[in-house]
Design a protein. Sequence first.
Length: 281
Amino acid sequence: MQESQTLETPTPQDEDDRSAYEKAAEQEDIDPRCIPQTLEAAPPVGEEIPYPDYSDEDQKNWRFLFNRQMKMLPGRAGEAFLRGVEILDMTPDRIPALAELSKNMEAATGWKIARIPGLLHEKDFFNLLANRLFPSTDYLRGSDELDYTPAPDCFHDMFGHMPMLTQPAFADFYQLFGKAALNAEGADRPRLERLHWFTVEFGLIRQENGTRIFGAGILSSKNEVTHALSDEVTVEPFDPEVIVETDYDVWHLQDLLFALDSFEQLVEGFRSWTRSRGLLD
Ligand SMILES: [Fe+2]
């Protein structure tokens, strides 16, 4: 939003307090797929989700994306993520069925998958997370967007996000995140978005064999995955107090990332920050 518009149409809250969803919905030149939607009915969950009628081109594009990304993961992706890919039984052969991914995820951590139509309004999104339901699209980006798409799609949702949800500590953290976000008001909302960005989407973890990636935004992106561990990126230790005040730029490769020592540190650090803000008991 431009400043003049802000002055003419004041919002009830501080501009800085608007969530990313609200900012997106207010932009004029936005890709319609990036406008958050409100769910009108409960989305289908787990085995209720039918397998879409994917085209041959979709299947070919999945194979291409999966193989390209998997090739770049050795020495880059964290052990937890790689274990998750195996647990989910994702392969290049065919776009996975959400119903099958959900079954495998449920067996690992009790999380299930809800099929959603696109970017969700934040309350719907957080509400699903708080109930251990991961919102996922089931349509794949087109052939002209294989390197980058600004919109949600199932390669990002399935390949980027789902493996970590088979890992117990991370799975518990993400549910806590949903609960805390439902309670957040004012400046705590963008603070939680920053925390989401620097962990769920762009998180790193220090393993015995070096720093590795677990963030979905990096692991599902051709360019971020080679950039994230390069000398061009500054890596700071995970500290929720610092992260919640650190701005990020969604349009460029990230030059600052944060690394966890363990996923238990993520759970504990998040619990203590949210308690200090009165967002969780
Ligand atoms: Fe994401």
